[in-house]
Design a protein around this ligand. Structure first.
Ligand code: ADP
Ligand code: ASP
Ligand code: MG
Length: 463
């Protein structure tokens, strides 16, 4: 049996957790499994790399040195705890030192030039995974396993050059992954691969988007046609809501690929939205499990007919609404196209689109950070008069998800009824054509009320 196992940031947040995760791999290998390990950066490291890039861009050299110092201490401490064998430890130490020097040089150059390009950003972000995965590799060997360390690109993941959210060139990637990883598995070696990062065919480092280690795992899983991709987290599985927001949330035992894709798209951080795609194409089951409870089943994601109407509720905070209205009925279709085009020109992806035909208006929910860019671009493209652009910057998007909604009458009435009972005003509504979701926008300060009301309404808190 073959599996890819992905260890998220919390599973490698310190030396003790790395050791715990490495033991999980060892237990599976002992039972006869062949494992590829995919590793995220230690919790918080990618965020701190981003922050240090921002500071470096402002020329703050002092921050760069302080940051590198902290990063060194954190990884050295983790190594001490995760690897006991002195010679393995020394070997990892040397590798960490090389990586840390390279990162320090890079950040110093950024601080000197006061400029960060998307390409430099991806290069800098790659160090989070490069450091954590080195320690993980040492820890596996410390547990008596054979292991080879590989960056995403050394493993064979080749992407386009869309820095920040690069996409794999699948045919080539799959072939390379098979050529490079299968021989290792044959020899009972655990390939230990950095999640999140890859490279273009010219060898330029790219990242797969935030949370991209999930995606790395399923890309590899699909290429090697493994029996299962196991995603280890600090939660019991995919839950009826984010347990940090709704403490009564429960674990969902089984879900379809499509349902989890919708959930991820509508903001549930539990999975990268594209990660389901390679697994779905090859029909490979995914399991989301809690690293603290390895014997529990977690959530199985596979091809299933769904039971239950609504399975989960989710929320995207920090959203904004832009409405363009007032065009005449004749102009409306072209205006709508122009609005969407003007957003795509500046790289703004709408979370929701809702179109009113009688009054000729189009409303879009977008990430709040993109509001300024979006409004400017729409104004630029539409030019002068004849329509109005309005925006609200205090919105959040709520979505209810479940394949069982399809063809079930009255779900929307229950959704909006439950929200109305809380006296929450709905500002925009959309339903995915797949009928897997109903999504709507409310004022950010009403978001939690609406989320909790829906969780109750659909009985998600009850076992
Ligand atoms: P990792 O580093 O392992 O990828 P993430 O932090 O990216 O972990 O994802 C796990 C987090 O996702 C959980 O801690 C939880 O707060 C959040 N989350 C949001 N929605 C859900 C959900 N529906 N089910 C489970 N977790 C969720
Ligand atoms: N370290 C990356 C991030 O924080 C990728 C991941 O954790 O999946 O986005
Ligand atoms: Mg994640």
């Amino acid at each position: 049996m073959k599996a890819v196992m992905k260890f998220g940031g919390r599973c490698v947040e310190d030396g003790a957790m790395i050791r715990r995760s490495a033991k999980v791999v060892r237990d599976y290998v002992t039972k006869g499994w062949k494992i590829v390990a995919v590793v995220s950066a230690m919790a918080g490291v990618t965020d701190s790399l981003l922050e240090s890039l921002n500071r470096a861009e402002k020329g703050d050299m002092e921050h760069v040195f302080k940051f590198i110092e902290k990063l060194k201490v954190r990884h050295a401490d983790a190594l001490k705890e995760a690897v006991k064998d002195p010679s393995i430890k020394r070997e990892v130490e040397e590798e960490l030192e090389k990586e840390e020097k390279e990162l320090e040089r890079l950040l110093a150059v950024v601080a000197y030039l006061r400029e960060v390009t998307p390409r430099t950003r991806d290069y800098a972000l790659s160090f989070g995974e490069r450091l954590s995965t080195r320690i993980f590799w040492g820890s596996l060997r410390d547990q008596g396993l054979k292991s080879t360390y590989l960056t995403g690109w050394e493993a064979g993941i080749v992407t386009d050059d869309c820095f920040g959210s690069a996409r794999p060139i699948m045919a080539l990637t799959s072939r390379l992954l098979r050529e490079r990883l299968l021989p290792l598995l044959e020899e009972d070696i655990v390939p230990t691969v950095t999640g999140f990062i890859a490279a273009t065919s010219d060898g330029i480092v790219t990242t797969l988007g935030r949370g991209g280690s999930d995606y790395t795992a399923t890309i590899i899983g699909a290429a090697l046609k493994v029996d299962e991709v196991v995603v280890w987290k600090d939660v019991d599985g995919v839950m009826t809501a984010d347990p940090k927001l709704v403490p009564e949330a429960r674990t969902i035992p089984i879900m379809s690929y499509e349902e989890v894709t919708e959930l991820a798209y509508f903001g549930a951080k539990v999975m990268h939205p594209l990660a389901l795609d390679p697994a779905m194409k090859e029909g490979i089951p995914l399991r989301v499990k809690n690293i603290y409870k390895p014997s529990e089943k977690g959530t199985l994601i596979t091809k299933v007919e769904s039971e239950g109407v609504v399975k989960a509720v989710t929320m995207i905070k920090d959203a904004a609404i832009v409405t363009v209205s007032g065009a005449s009925m004749v102009e409306a279709p072209t205006i709508n196209v122009e609005v969407l085009r003007s957003l795509s020109e500046v790289g703004v992806q709408a979370i929701m689109v809702s179109q009113g035909s009688s009054q000729a208006s189009i409303s879009l929910a977008i990430p709040r950070a993109m509001l300024d860019k979006a409004v400017k671009s729409i104004k630029r493209r539409l030019g002068g008069e004849g329509y109005r652009i309005e925006y609200e910057d205090d919105a959040c998007v709520i979505a209810v998800i479940g394949a069982g909604m399809k063809g079930t009458p009255g779900v929307a009435a229950r959704v909006f009824g439950a929200v109305a009972e809380e006296n929450v005003n709905i500002r925009m509504i959309a339903q995915g054509s797949s009928e897997l979701n109903i999504s709507f926008v409310v004022k950010e300060s009403d978001g939690m009320k609406a989320l909790k009301a829906l969780h109750r309404e659909f009985g998600l808190s009850e076992s």
